[in-house]
Design a protein around this ligand. Structure first.
Ligand SMILES: Nc1ncnc2c1ncn2[C@@H]1O[C@H](COP(=O)(O)OP(=O)(O)O)[C@@H](O)[C@H]1O
Ligand SMILES: [Mg+2]
Length: 152
């Protein structure tokens, strides 16, 4: 079953006099449970594509369907809800919040959603951190975690 579909995606960046066409009509789909890697040289447009697929940046043309919903034909607040509930991001530069502990950073999406129960559940954030070997660091801030200073 298809979870995400891109149709004729285009993205161009315009500067004063120049136009940079980064995505030129991309079609693809991802099925539930499928693992997909987007591979290409630096500057090829991988981040641009992922930002658009993740509902973070609007395409110049084409559309993205996430679980049947047309990501850029819905209101911003609806798109924010879909991002919160259906998409997980691991950014190249982390974008963790330094004022919060590792645990609080992982809890945030559930807290933003107002799901206090989930944010504190045994199978939730603390268990996820334990799975990646950070059990002893859940109370520390991200900069103190391994590779947490964004310099990796
Ligand atoms: N906000 C932006 N404004 C103008 N040009 C951009 C912007 N973001 C990316 N680019 C340019 O678009 C191209 C693709 O960038 P990017 O998607 O970051 O590639 P990758 O992630 O594959 O390295 C690059 O030439 C980059 O300089
Ligand atoms: Mg990139």
């Amino acid at each position: 079953m298809i979870i995400m579909q891109a149709h004729k995606l285009r993205k161009e960046y315009r500067q004063a006099k120049s136009k940079l066409e980064v995505l030129k009509g991309i079609d693809f789909q991802v099925n539930i449970g499928e693992v997909v890697a987007v591979v290409g040289p630096s500057g090829a447009g991988k981040s641009t594509l992922l930002h658009i697929l993740g509902g973070l940046d609007e395409p110049t043309g084409g559309k993205v369907l996430l679980d049947g919903e047309d990501l850029y034909r819905i209101r911003d607040v609806e798109r924010a809800r879909l991002r919160n509930e259906k998409i997980g991001f691991i950014f190249q530069f982390y974008h963790l919040l330094p004022e919060f502990s590792a645990l609080e950073n992982v809890m945030l999406p559930a807290l933003v959603k107002g799901d206090i129960k989930r944010s504190r559940s045994a199978s939730g954030p603390s268990s996820l951190l334990a799975q990646i070997g950070l059990k002893n660091r859940i109370r520390t801030n991200p900069a103190s975690c391994p590779a947490g200073n964004n310099s990796a």
